[in-house]
Design a protein around this ligand. Structure first.
Ligand SMILES: [Zn+2]
Length: 340
């Protein structure tokens, strides 16, 4: 596996904001303490060019962010911040996704882009939810247009629905987007319902798993075990992307989910066993200690070539009835597309 990181990511300066430079500092501190920074190759990101950004975003949006930062930055909306350096650093975040993609099209099976600002809420024409450019979408379009990769699967396990990514690929039959998130009735961005299944030729390629607040590790494992494997298998992608979010952890201040550290280990064993090649891009996660611990667990799994589930045994008694009902609804809705 390879990592993509640059200390320049700390220059996206967001005073008194949960999406702070401390997040990456803490993650790198965890890797250092475990001697991983000497053992896993770390690559510098590319700087995304305007031509990379406009494969996904409108030229107006790119220009708006550039000018806004040039004039000193500030609040783009109630929770999305840009500092004077943020235009450059956001291009470096999108370029981190591109670099990770290039690495897995070369000699690596796995590349994890430790980047910020995050990307999955940024739509074609708008910054929102702490995100300026959609890093994963820019990387995907690079792999498609420049490297001629045909079919992509994205799995987003940030606690928030990646509305930007979902909208960008909503009608695209060659890009599967699966997201597990907190019920959008109860959390930003109030989108990502069971009924949103993709449009036009892309019908069936947008699969949402909205779980109620308070859902825990057993709920997540129960439903993901029954959905991810069959859908990935039937969709048959050539390339996999993962939006990595740690904000569904029980210690996270921005959500109401109850995941423990073990979930992130389980999740990464699934990633390792079900996808190749694979690029992971960092999205959310705002409790610094949980972020550090769970990220380390994740990288410890990903640096292995093969690993099986061992310690975690699922307590079926802890799976909520609502979770079983949501699984049933998904299986019914998507039975024309996938064999569960
Ligand atoms: Zn999030």
């Amino acid at each position: 596996m390879a990592l993509v990181y640059s200390p320049e990511y700390l220059e996206h300066n967001t005073p008194n904001h949960p999406e702070s430079p401390d997040r990456l500092t803490k993650i790198m501190e965890g890797l250092d303490e475990a001697d991983l920074t000497d053992n896993i190759p770390i690559f510098n990101p590319y700087m995304a060019k305007e031509e990379d950004l406009v494969r996904v975003h409108t030229a107006d949006h790119v220009e708006k962010i550039r000018k806004f930062c040039e004039r000193g930055g500030g609040c783009l909306d109630f929770d999305t911040y840009a500092s004077p350096q943020s235009y450059e650093i956001a291009k470096l975040a999108a370029g981190g996704g591109i670099k990770a993609s290039e690495l897995v099209l070369g000699r690596f099976n796995t590349a994890y882009a430790l980047i910020r600002p995050p990307g999955h809420h940024a739509t074609r024409e708008r910054a929102m939810g702490f995100c300026l450019f959609n890093n994963l979408a820019v990387a995907l379009e690079h792999a498609r247009k420049v490297r001629k990769v045909k079919r992509f699967a994205i799995f987003d396990f940030d606690v928030h629905y990646g509305n930007g990514t979902a909208h960008i690929f909503y009608n695209d039959p060659d890009v599967l987007y699966i997201s597990i998130h907190q019920d959008p009735h109860t959390i930003f961005p109030s989108e990502g319902f069971l009924e949103d299944m993709g449009g036009g030729e892309g019908k069936g390629s947008n699969l949402n798993i909205p779980l109620s607040p308070g859902s825990g590790t057993s709920d997540y494992i129960y439903i993901l075990e029954r959905i991810l494997r069959p859908v990935f298998k039937d969709f048959n992608a050539d390339f996999y992307f993962f939006d990595v979010g740690f904000d569904s952890h029980q210690d996270d201040p921005l959500s109401s989910m109850r995941l423990d550290d073990d979930f992130f280990e389980w999740m990464d064993i699934e990633i390792l066993n079900q996808s190749r090649p694979r690029v992971l891009t960092l999205e959310g996660g705002y409790d610094l200690d949980a972020l550090k611990r769970c990220n380390l667990k994740m990288i410890n799994v990903l640096k292995e070539e093969t690993i099986e589930h061992s310690q975690i045994s699922l307590e079926m008694s802890e799976v909520r009835e609502e979770t079983k009902y949501i699984l049933q609804r998904i299986e019914d809705n998507f039975s024309p597309f996938y064999r569960f």
